[in-house]
Write a protein that binds this ligand. Structure first.
Ligand SMILES: Nc1ncnc2c1ncn2[C@@H]1O[C@H](COP(=O)(O)OP(=O)(O)OP(=O)(O)O)[C@@H](O)[C@H]1O
Ligand SMILES: [Mg+2]
Length: 488
Protein backbone atom coordinates (compact mmCIF):
# COMPACT_ATOMS: atom_id res chain seq x y z
CA UNK A 1 0.00 0.00 0.00
CA UNK A 2 2.80 2.40 1.01
CA UNK A 3 4.73 1.40 -2.13
CA UNK A 4 1.71 2.02 -4.39
CA UNK A 5 1.05 5.42 -2.83
CA UNK A 6 4.74 6.27 -3.20
CA UNK A 7 4.90 5.27 -6.86
CA UNK A 8 1.65 7.09 -7.79
CA UNK A 9 2.56 10.31 -5.98
CA UNK A 10 6.11 10.26 -7.38
CA UNK A 11 4.79 9.83 -10.92
CA UNK A 12 2.28 12.66 -10.35
CA UNK A 13 5.01 14.97 -9.01
CA UNK A 14 7.32 14.10 -11.89
CA UNK A 15 4.52 14.72 -14.43
CA UNK A 16 3.74 18.08 -12.86
CA UNK A 17 7.42 19.15 -12.78
CA UNK A 18 7.98 18.07 -16.39
CA UNK A 19 4.80 19.98 -17.39
CA UNK A 20 6.09 23.08 -15.62
CA UNK A 21 9.50 22.68 -17.27
CA UNK A 22 7.84 22.29 -20.66
CA UNK A 23 5.92 25.60 -20.21
CA UNK A 24 9.19 27.33 -19.30
CA UNK A 25 10.79 25.65 -22.32
CA UNK A 26 8.08 26.89 -24.70
CA UNK A 27 8.59 30.42 -23.32
CA UNK A 28 12.39 30.13 -23.71
CA UNK A 29 11.91 28.75 -27.23
CA UNK A 30 9.63 31.69 -28.13
CA UNK A 31 12.29 34.13 -26.87
CA UNK A 32 14.93 32.35 -28.99
CA UNK A 33 12.75 32.44 -32.07
CA UNK A 34 12.05 36.15 -31.65
CA UNK A 35 15.71 37.05 -31.04
CA UNK A 36 17.33 38.98 -33.89
CA UNK A 37 20.59 37.58 -35.31
CA UNK A 38 23.02 40.16 -33.95
CA UNK A 39 26.20 38.46 -35.01
CA UNK A 40 25.93 40.19 -38.37
CA UNK A 41 25.59 43.54 -36.58
CA UNK A 42 29.01 43.07 -34.98
CA UNK A 43 27.79 42.83 -31.38
CA UNK A 44 30.06 41.23 -28.80
CA UNK A 45 29.08 38.62 -26.32
CA UNK A 46 29.49 39.37 -22.60
CA UNK A 47 33.05 39.28 -21.25
CA UNK A 48 32.50 35.93 -19.49
CA UNK A 49 31.62 34.18 -22.74
CA UNK A 50 33.80 31.33 -23.99
CA UNK A 51 32.19 31.85 -27.38
CA UNK A 52 33.42 34.13 -30.12
CA UNK A 53 30.70 36.59 -31.11
CA UNK A 54 30.08 35.00 -34.50
CA UNK A 55 29.59 31.53 -32.88
CA UNK A 56 27.03 32.71 -30.32
CA UNK A 57 23.50 31.52 -31.23
CA UNK A 58 21.08 34.47 -31.17
CA UNK A 59 18.54 32.71 -28.94
CA UNK A 60 21.00 32.55 -26.02
CA UNK A 61 21.87 36.22 -25.67
CA UNK A 62 18.34 37.51 -24.97
CA UNK A 63 16.89 38.76 -21.71
CA UNK A 64 14.98 36.13 -19.75
CA UNK A 65 17.08 33.07 -20.69
CA UNK A 66 18.18 31.39 -17.46
CA UNK A 67 21.13 29.21 -16.44
CA UNK A 68 21.04 25.77 -18.06
CA UNK A 69 19.42 27.01 -21.31
CA UNK A 70 20.97 25.59 -24.48
CA UNK A 71 20.50 26.91 -27.96
CA UNK A 72 21.32 25.79 -31.49
CA UNK A 73 20.87 28.06 -34.52
CA UNK A 74 21.41 26.60 -38.01
CA UNK A 75 21.44 29.15 -40.78
CA UNK A 76 22.38 28.23 -44.36
CA UNK A 77 23.95 24.98 -43.12
CA UNK A 78 26.11 26.80 -40.55
CA UNK A 79 25.41 25.86 -36.93
CA UNK A 80 25.99 28.10 -33.94
CA UNK A 81 25.38 26.67 -30.53
CA UNK A 82 26.07 27.12 -26.81
CA UNK A 83 24.56 27.02 -23.35
CA UNK A 84 24.42 29.14 -20.23
CA UNK A 85 26.20 27.52 -17.32
CA UNK A 86 25.19 27.78 -13.66
CA UNK A 87 27.31 30.93 -13.25
CA UNK A 88 25.44 32.61 -16.16
CA UNK A 89 28.36 32.32 -18.62
CA UNK A 90 28.03 31.21 -22.22
CA UNK A 91 29.72 27.88 -22.99
CA UNK A 92 30.29 25.83 -26.14
CA UNK A 93 28.61 22.51 -26.96
CA UNK A 94 30.56 19.52 -28.23
CA UNK A 95 30.03 18.22 -31.75
CA UNK A 96 28.25 15.13 -30.39
CA UNK A 97 25.85 17.33 -28.41
CA UNK A 98 25.17 19.48 -31.48
CA UNK A 99 24.54 16.38 -33.57
CA UNK A 100 22.07 15.10 -30.95
CA UNK A 101 20.24 18.45 -31.02
CA UNK A 102 20.12 18.55 -34.83
CA UNK A 103 18.47 15.11 -34.79
CA UNK A 104 15.42 16.45 -32.87
CA UNK A 105 12.24 16.61 -34.95
CA UNK A 106 11.44 20.27 -35.72
CA UNK A 107 7.75 20.11 -34.72
CA UNK A 108 7.74 22.84 -32.05
CA UNK A 109 6.93 20.25 -29.31
CA UNK A 110 9.08 19.32 -26.28
CA UNK A 111 11.27 16.17 -26.57
CA UNK A 112 13.69 14.53 -24.15
CA UNK A 113 17.36 14.13 -25.09
CA UNK A 114 20.56 12.98 -23.35
CA UNK A 115 23.44 15.40 -23.85
CA UNK A 116 26.37 13.44 -22.43
CA UNK A 117 28.10 15.37 -19.65
CA UNK A 118 25.32 17.99 -19.54
CA UNK A 119 22.77 15.33 -18.60
CA UNK A 120 19.11 15.04 -19.59
CA UNK A 121 17.33 17.91 -21.39
CA UNK A 122 13.88 18.81 -22.63
CA UNK A 123 14.26 20.50 -26.04
CA UNK A 124 12.01 22.15 -28.65
CA UNK A 125 13.11 22.38 -32.30
CA UNK A 126 11.38 24.81 -34.71
CA UNK A 127 11.98 26.08 -38.20
CA UNK A 128 11.67 29.87 -38.75
CA UNK A 129 10.00 31.42 -41.76
CA UNK A 130 13.55 32.02 -43.13
CA UNK A 131 14.20 28.26 -43.02
CA UNK A 132 16.61 28.48 -40.06
CA UNK A 133 16.54 25.70 -37.46
CA UNK A 134 16.29 26.92 -33.86
CA UNK A 135 16.61 24.36 -31.05
CA UNK A 136 16.13 25.52 -27.46
CA UNK A 137 16.52 23.32 -24.40
CA UNK A 138 16.26 23.39 -20.61
CA UNK A 139 17.98 21.01 -18.20
CA UNK A 140 15.76 18.53 -16.33
CA UNK A 141 18.38 18.29 -13.60
CA UNK A 142 16.45 20.40 -11.09
CA UNK A 143 13.21 18.49 -11.70
CA UNK A 144 15.03 15.15 -11.39
CA UNK A 145 16.72 16.30 -8.17
CA UNK A 146 13.38 17.41 -6.70
CA UNK A 147 11.80 14.03 -7.58
CA UNK A 148 14.76 12.18 -6.06
CA UNK A 149 14.57 14.18 -2.82
CA UNK A 150 10.84 13.64 -2.68
CA UNK A 151 11.37 9.88 -3.12
CA UNK A 152 13.96 9.81 -0.33
CA UNK A 153 11.64 11.64 2.07
CA UNK A 154 8.76 9.43 1.03
CA UNK A 155 10.81 6.23 1.61
CA UNK A 156 11.91 7.44 5.05
CA UNK A 157 8.32 8.33 6.03
CA UNK A 158 7.04 4.98 4.71
CA UNK A 159 9.75 3.03 6.61
CA UNK A 160 8.96 4.94 9.82
CA UNK A 161 5.24 4.31 9.28
CA UNK A 162 5.75 0.59 8.70
CA UNK A 163 7.96 0.33 11.80
CA UNK A 164 5.40 2.15 13.91
CA UNK A 165 2.59 -0.01 12.53
CA UNK A 166 4.60 -3.14 13.37
CA UNK A 167 5.34 -2.05 16.93
CA UNK A 168 1.78 -0.86 17.63
CA UNK A 169 0.29 -3.90 15.84
CA UNK A 170 2.39 -6.28 17.88
CA UNK A 171 1.39 -4.55 21.11
CA UNK A 172 -2.29 -4.68 20.18
CA UNK A 173 -2.15 -8.33 19.11
CA UNK A 174 -0.39 -9.25 22.36
CA UNK A 175 -2.94 -7.40 24.42
CA UNK A 176 -5.83 -9.00 22.52
CA UNK A 177 -4.31 -12.49 22.84
CA UNK A 178 -3.59 -12.31 26.56
CA UNK A 179 -6.95 -13.93 27.50
CA UNK A 180 -6.17 -16.73 25.03
CA UNK A 181 -2.84 -17.27 26.83
CA UNK A 182 -4.74 -17.65 30.11
CA UNK A 183 -7.18 -20.15 28.53
CA UNK A 184 -4.20 -22.10 27.13
CA UNK A 185 -2.55 -22.08 30.58
CA UNK A 186 -5.71 -23.61 32.09
CA UNK A 187 -5.74 -26.32 29.39
CA UNK A 188 -2.05 -27.02 30.05
CA UNK A 189 -2.62 -27.38 33.80
CA UNK A 190 -5.47 -29.82 33.16
CA UNK A 191 -3.31 -31.82 30.73
CA UNK A 192 -0.74 -32.29 33.50
CA UNK A 193 -3.25 -33.78 35.98
CA UNK A 194 -3.08 -37.56 36.47
CA UNK A 195 -6.49 -38.50 35.08
CA UNK A 196 -5.89 -42.16 34.33
CA UNK A 197 -6.49 -43.69 37.75
CA UNK A 198 -7.94 -43.29 41.19
CA UNK A 199 -10.15 -40.54 42.45
CA UNK A 200 -9.92 -37.55 40.17
CA UNK A 201 -10.60 -33.99 41.24
CA UNK A 202 -10.71 -31.53 38.37
CA UNK A 203 -10.70 -28.13 40.05
CA UNK A 204 -9.19 -26.23 37.10
CA UNK A 205 -11.55 -23.85 35.26
CA UNK A 206 -11.07 -20.86 32.95
CA UNK A 207 -11.55 -17.61 34.90
CA UNK A 208 -15.05 -16.11 34.37
CA UNK A 209 -13.51 -12.89 32.91
CA UNK A 210 -12.22 -15.02 30.02
CA UNK A 211 -15.57 -16.68 29.26
CA UNK A 212 -17.42 -13.69 27.83
CA UNK A 213 -19.59 -15.11 25.03
CA UNK A 214 -19.29 -11.76 23.18
CA UNK A 215 -15.68 -12.44 22.20
CA UNK A 216 -14.12 -15.32 20.25
CA UNK A 217 -11.62 -16.02 23.05
CA UNK A 218 -14.46 -15.92 25.60
CA UNK A 219 -16.36 -18.53 23.56
CA UNK A 220 -13.28 -20.78 23.59
CA UNK A 221 -12.94 -20.29 27.37
CA UNK A 222 -16.62 -21.06 27.99
CA UNK A 223 -16.44 -24.15 25.73
CA UNK A 224 -13.36 -25.38 27.63
CA UNK A 225 -15.20 -24.95 30.94
CA UNK A 226 -18.17 -26.93 29.63
CA UNK A 227 -15.77 -29.65 28.43
CA UNK A 228 -14.02 -29.77 31.82
CA UNK A 229 -17.38 -30.03 33.57
CA UNK A 230 -18.38 -33.00 31.42
CA UNK A 231 -15.01 -34.71 31.85
CA UNK A 232 -15.20 -34.26 35.62
CA UNK A 233 -18.68 -35.73 35.63
CA UNK A 234 -17.58 -38.70 33.50
CA UNK A 235 -14.52 -39.33 35.69
CA UNK A 236 -16.61 -39.24 38.84
CA UNK A 237 -19.05 -41.77 37.31
CA UNK A 238 -16.14 -44.02 36.26
CA UNK A 239 -14.61 -43.76 39.71
CA UNK A 240 -17.90 -44.71 41.35
CA UNK A 241 -18.39 -47.77 39.15
CA UNK A 242 -14.75 -48.82 39.77
CA UNK A 243 -15.29 -48.51 43.50
CA UNK A 244 -18.40 -50.66 43.27
CA UNK A 245 -16.55 -53.37 41.31
CA UNK A 246 -13.66 -53.28 43.78
CA UNK A 247 -16.03 -53.50 46.71
CA UNK A 248 -17.80 -56.43 45.08
CA UNK A 249 -14.48 -58.29 44.56
CA UNK A 250 -13.47 -57.57 48.15
CA UNK A 251 -16.84 -58.71 49.53
CA UNK A 252 -16.95 -61.82 47.32
CA UNK A 253 -13.38 -62.81 48.26
CA UNK A 254 -14.12 -62.26 51.90
CA UNK A 255 -17.35 -64.28 51.76
CA UNK A 256 -15.58 -67.14 49.95
CA UNK A 257 -13.02 -67.61 52.74
CA UNK A 258 -15.45 -69.25 55.22
CA UNK A 259 -16.98 -71.87 52.86
CA UNK A 260 -13.47 -72.68 51.56
CA UNK A 261 -12.27 -73.29 55.11
CA UNK A 262 -15.31 -75.55 55.67
CA UNK A 263 -14.55 -77.52 52.47
CA UNK A 264 -10.96 -78.04 53.60
CA UNK A 265 -12.11 -79.02 57.08
CA UNK A 266 -14.72 -81.55 55.84
CA UNK A 267 -12.26 -83.07 53.35
CA UNK A 268 -9.78 -83.58 56.15
CA UNK A 269 -12.53 -85.02 58.35
CA UNK A 270 -13.51 -87.55 55.68
CA UNK A 271 -9.88 -88.63 55.29
CA UNK A 272 -9.65 -89.27 59.02
CA UNK A 273 -12.90 -91.21 59.34
CA UNK A 274 -12.42 -94.60 60.98
CA UNK A 275 -12.32 -97.46 58.55
CA UNK A 276 -10.65 -97.71 55.18
CA UNK A 277 -12.01 -95.58 52.38
CA UNK A 278 -11.85 -96.89 48.85
CA UNK A 279 -8.60 -95.64 47.15
CA UNK A 280 -10.58 -93.57 44.60
CA UNK A 281 -12.34 -91.73 47.44
CA UNK A 282 -8.98 -91.03 49.17
CA UNK A 283 -7.57 -89.60 45.88
CA UNK A 284 -10.74 -87.56 45.31
CA UNK A 285 -10.61 -86.13 48.84
CA UNK A 286 -6.89 -85.26 48.35
CA UNK A 287 -7.79 -83.34 45.17
CA UNK A 288 -10.66 -81.55 46.94
CA UNK A 289 -8.23 -80.44 49.66
CA UNK A 290 -5.47 -79.27 47.30
CA UNK A 291 -7.89 -77.41 45.02
CA UNK A 292 -9.53 -75.79 48.05
CA UNK A 293 -6.06 -74.66 49.20
CA UNK A 294 -5.28 -73.23 45.76
CA UNK A 295 -8.59 -71.41 45.69
CA UNK A 296 -7.98 -70.05 49.20
CA UNK A 297 -4.63 -68.61 48.04
CA UNK A 298 -6.31 -67.05 45.00
CA UNK A 299 -9.11 -65.56 47.10
CA UNK A 300 -6.53 -64.14 49.55
CA UNK A 301 -4.61 -62.57 46.66
CA UNK A 302 -7.77 -61.03 45.20
CA UNK A 303 -8.82 -59.70 48.58
CA UNK A 304 -5.38 -58.16 49.12
CA UNK A 305 -5.42 -56.48 45.69
CA UNK A 306 -8.94 -55.14 46.24
CA UNK A 307 -7.82 -53.70 49.59
CA UNK A 308 -4.69 -52.13 48.09
CA UNK A 309 -6.82 -50.67 45.26
CA UNK A 310 -9.16 -49.15 47.81
CA UNK A 311 -6.12 -47.41 49.37
CA UNK A 312 -6.48 -49.15 52.73
CA UNK A 313 -3.84 -47.71 55.08
CA UNK A 314 -0.77 -49.94 55.44
CA UNK A 315 1.10 -50.72 58.63
CA UNK A 316 3.84 -48.28 59.62
CA UNK A 317 6.29 -50.62 61.31
CA UNK A 318 10.04 -50.23 60.98
CA UNK A 319 10.95 -53.17 58.76
CA UNK A 320 14.53 -54.33 58.22
CA UNK A 321 14.62 -55.60 54.65
CA UNK A 322 17.97 -57.31 55.26
CA UNK A 323 16.44 -59.42 58.03
CA UNK A 324 13.37 -60.13 55.87
CA UNK A 325 15.66 -61.22 53.02
CA UNK A 326 17.55 -63.63 55.30
CA UNK A 327 14.29 -65.35 56.31
CA UNK A 328 12.81 -65.32 52.81
CA UNK A 329 15.95 -66.83 51.21
CA UNK A 330 16.15 -69.49 53.93
CA UNK A 331 12.49 -70.43 53.25
CA UNK A 332 13.11 -70.45 49.49
CA UNK A 333 16.08 -72.73 50.02
CA UNK A 334 13.93 -75.12 52.03
CA UNK A 335 11.25 -75.10 49.32
CA UNK A 336 13.70 -75.39 46.39
CA UNK A 337 16.82 -77.32 47.49
CA UNK A 338 17.79 -77.96 43.84
CA UNK A 339 18.48 -74.26 43.22
CA UNK A 340 21.56 -72.33 44.36
CA UNK A 341 20.52 -69.49 46.67
CA UNK A 342 22.98 -66.61 47.24
CA UNK A 343 22.45 -63.67 49.60
CA UNK A 344 24.36 -60.41 49.44
CA UNK A 345 23.63 -57.96 52.28
CA UNK A 346 24.90 -54.39 52.86
CA UNK A 347 28.38 -54.48 54.42
CA UNK A 348 28.57 -58.28 54.23
CA UNK A 349 31.39 -58.03 51.66
CA UNK A 350 29.86 -60.36 49.08
CA UNK A 351 27.29 -63.08 48.53
CA UNK A 352 26.70 -65.78 51.13
CA UNK A 353 25.74 -69.21 49.98
CA UNK A 354 22.62 -70.18 51.88
CA UNK A 355 23.61 -73.85 51.50
CA UNK A 356 25.72 -73.23 54.58
CA UNK A 357 23.17 -72.60 57.36
CA UNK A 358 25.88 -71.18 59.62
CA UNK A 359 26.36 -68.30 57.21
CA UNK A 360 22.75 -67.27 57.62
CA UNK A 361 22.93 -67.58 61.41
CA UNK A 362 26.10 -65.47 61.50
CA UNK A 363 24.11 -62.82 59.75
CA UNK A 364 22.29 -61.84 62.93
CA UNK A 365 25.63 -61.17 64.61
CA UNK A 366 26.74 -58.98 61.69
CA UNK A 367 23.50 -57.03 61.64
CA UNK A 368 24.75 -54.52 64.21
CA UNK A 369 27.61 -53.27 62.02
CA UNK A 370 25.59 -53.32 58.75
CA UNK A 371 24.31 -50.06 57.12
CA UNK A 372 20.61 -49.82 57.94
CA UNK A 373 18.22 -51.31 55.36
CA UNK A 374 15.18 -50.26 57.38
CA UNK A 375 12.04 -48.96 55.69
CA UNK A 376 8.69 -47.91 57.12
CA UNK A 377 5.83 -50.13 56.07
CA UNK A 378 3.78 -53.25 56.50
CA UNK A 379 5.91 -56.18 57.72
CA UNK A 380 3.68 -58.90 56.25
CA UNK A 381 3.14 -57.25 52.90
CA UNK A 382 6.86 -56.58 52.40
CA UNK A 383 7.62 -60.15 53.31
CA UNK A 384 5.06 -61.19 50.72
CA UNK A 385 6.95 -59.13 48.11
CA UNK A 386 10.17 -61.08 48.74
CA UNK A 387 8.36 -64.42 48.97
CA UNK A 388 6.57 -63.83 45.64
CA UNK A 389 9.77 -62.78 43.83
CA UNK A 390 11.78 -65.70 45.25
CA UNK A 391 8.98 -68.15 44.51
CA UNK A 392 8.95 -66.99 40.87
CA UNK A 393 12.73 -67.53 40.70
CA UNK A 394 12.16 -71.04 41.99
CA UNK A 395 9.01 -72.04 40.14
CA UNK A 396 9.72 -70.55 36.69
CA UNK A 397 13.34 -71.74 36.38
CA UNK A 398 14.85 -75.24 36.05
CA UNK A 399 16.73 -77.03 38.86
CA UNK A 400 20.33 -75.83 39.26
CA UNK A 401 19.47 -72.18 38.60
CA UNK A 402 21.42 -69.70 40.75
CA UNK A 403 19.28 -67.06 42.46
CA UNK A 404 21.11 -64.09 43.95
CA UNK A 405 19.34 -61.75 46.40
CA UNK A 406 21.13 -58.43 46.94
CA UNK A 407 20.08 -55.85 49.55
CA UNK A 408 21.60 -52.36 49.36
CA UNK A 409 21.04 -49.14 51.33
CA UNK A 410 22.35 -45.68 50.41
CA UNK A 411 20.73 -43.62 53.16
CA UNK A 412 17.82 -42.37 51.04
CA UNK A 413 16.65 -45.65 49.53
CA UNK A 414 16.85 -49.38 50.15
CA UNK A 415 16.98 -51.69 47.12
CA UNK A 416 16.41 -55.42 46.92
CA UNK A 417 17.47 -57.12 43.70
CA UNK A 418 16.51 -60.71 42.99
CA UNK A 419 18.31 -62.08 39.95
CA UNK A 420 18.39 -65.57 38.51
CA UNK A 421 20.22 -67.04 35.54
CA UNK A 422 17.19 -68.98 34.36
CA UNK A 423 15.40 -68.75 31.02
CA UNK A 424 14.18 -65.18 31.59
CA UNK A 425 10.68 -63.72 31.43
CA UNK A 426 8.92 -64.63 28.15
CA UNK A 427 9.13 -61.66 25.73
CA UNK A 428 5.36 -61.68 25.23
CA UNK A 429 4.80 -60.89 28.94
CA UNK A 430 7.30 -58.06 29.37
CA UNK A 431 4.98 -55.14 28.52
CA UNK A 432 2.24 -56.29 30.94
CA UNK A 433 4.23 -58.16 33.56
CA UNK A 434 2.68 -56.33 36.51
CA UNK A 435 -0.89 -56.59 35.26
CA UNK A 436 -3.28 -59.01 36.92
CA UNK A 437 -3.54 -62.58 35.59
CA UNK A 438 -0.43 -62.24 33.42
CA UNK A 439 1.30 -65.61 33.33
CA UNK A 440 3.56 -67.44 30.98
CA UNK A 441 3.33 -70.81 29.33
CA UNK A 442 2.08 -73.33 31.92
CA UNK A 443 4.28 -75.97 30.27
CA UNK A 444 7.37 -74.12 31.44
CA UNK A 445 6.34 -74.23 35.08
CA UNK A 446 4.38 -77.45 35.39
CA UNK A 447 2.38 -78.01 38.50
CA UNK A 448 3.02 -74.51 39.67
CA UNK A 449 -0.67 -73.73 40.13
CA UNK A 450 0.15 -70.34 38.72
CA UNK A 451 -2.55 -67.62 38.85
CA UNK A 452 -0.61 -64.65 37.44
CA UNK A 453 -1.32 -62.45 40.47
CA UNK A 454 2.10 -62.68 42.16
CA UNK A 455 3.84 -59.77 40.42
CA UNK A 456 0.62 -57.69 40.38
CA UNK A 457 0.60 -57.95 44.19
CA UNK A 458 4.34 -57.15 44.38
CA UNK A 459 3.78 -54.05 42.22
CA UNK A 460 0.73 -52.90 44.22
CA UNK A 461 2.47 -53.37 47.60
CA UNK A 462 5.68 -51.64 46.48
CA UNK A 463 3.73 -48.72 44.96
CA UNK A 464 1.61 -48.40 48.12
CA UNK A 465 4.91 -48.04 50.04
CA UNK A 466 6.00 -45.20 47.73
CA UNK A 467 8.53 -47.42 45.97
CA UNK A 468 9.17 -48.75 42.46
CA UNK A 469 9.89 -52.11 40.86
CA UNK A 470 11.88 -52.49 37.67
CA UNK A 471 12.90 -55.33 35.41
CA UNK A 472 16.52 -55.13 34.27
CA UNK A 473 16.26 -55.44 30.46
CA UNK A 474 19.96 -56.35 30.05
CA UNK A 475 20.11 -59.09 32.67
CA UNK A 476 20.97 -62.68 31.74
CA UNK A 477 17.92 -64.57 33.01
CA UNK A 478 15.60 -62.45 35.16
CA UNK A 479 16.48 -59.56 37.48
CA UNK A 480 13.90 -57.47 39.33
CA UNK A 481 14.85 -54.56 41.55
CA UNK A 482 12.56 -53.18 44.25
CA UNK A 483 13.44 -49.68 45.48
CA UNK A 484 11.83 -48.31 48.66
CA UNK A 485 12.38 -45.05 50.55
CA UNK A 486 14.60 -45.64 53.57
CA UNK A 487 13.19 -44.98 57.04
CA UNK A 488 14.07 -41.47 58.24
N1 LIG B 1 12.09 -65.43 37.59
C1 LIG B 1 11.35 -65.68 36.51
N2 LIG B 1 11.84 -66.40 35.49
C2 LIG B 1 11.07 -66.66 34.40
N3 LIG B 1 9.79 -66.24 34.25
C3 LIG B 1 9.25 -65.52 35.24
C4 LIG B 1 9.98 -65.20 36.42
N4 LIG B 1 9.19 -64.46 37.22
C5 LIG B 1 8.00 -64.33 36.58
N5 LIG B 1 8.04 -64.99 35.40
C6 LIG B 1 6.95 -65.05 34.41
O1 LIG B 1 6.02 -64.04 34.71
C7 LIG B 1 4.71 -64.58 34.88
C8 LIG B 1 3.94 -63.77 35.90
O2 LIG B 1 4.47 -63.98 37.18
P1 LIG B 1 3.51 -63.83 38.44
O3 LIG B 1 4.32 -64.05 39.65
O4 LIG B 1 2.76 -62.57 38.32
O5 LIG B 1 2.48 -65.00 38.22
P2 LIG B 1 2.67 -66.52 38.45
O6 LIG B 1 3.97 -66.79 39.10
O7 LIG B 1 2.45 -67.15 37.12
O8 LIG B 1 1.48 -66.88 39.39
P3 LIG B 1 1.37 -66.61 40.97
O9 LIG B 1 2.59 -65.89 41.37
O10 LIG B 1 0.14 -65.79 41.14
O11 LIG B 1 1.24 -67.93 41.57
C9 LIG B 1 4.93 -66.00 35.26
O12 LIG B 1 3.84 -66.82 34.89
C10 LIG B 1 6.20 -66.36 34.47
O13 LIG B 1 5.88 -66.75 33.16
MG1 LIG C 1 4.51 -65.87 40.87
Amino acid sequence: MAATTGVVSTLALRGSLVGQLDSQLIAASDRSLRAPDRSTEGSTPPAASQLPADALPPGLNVPGQGAGTINLFVHDGTARSGYIDSAGDFQTLTTAQVTALEAIRADGRPHSVELGTLGAYRVVASTTSDGDLVVTGLSTEQATKTVREYMAVEAAVAAAGILLALVVGRMLVRRELRPLDRVAATATRVSELPLDRGEVALPERVDPVDTDAGTEVGQVGAALNRLLGRVEHALAARQESETQVRQFVADASHELRTPLASIRGYAELVRHLPGDLPPDAVRAMGRVESEALRMTALVEDMLLLARLDAGRPLGTDEVDLAALAVDAVADAHAAGPDHVWLLDLPGSGGATDSDDPDDLDDDDEQAACRPSAVVVGDDHRLQQVLVNLLSNARVHTPAGTTVRTTVRADGATVTVRIADDGPGIPAALRGRLFQRFTRGNAARSPGAGSTGLGLAIVHAVVTAHGGTIEVDPDAVGTALTVTLPAAP
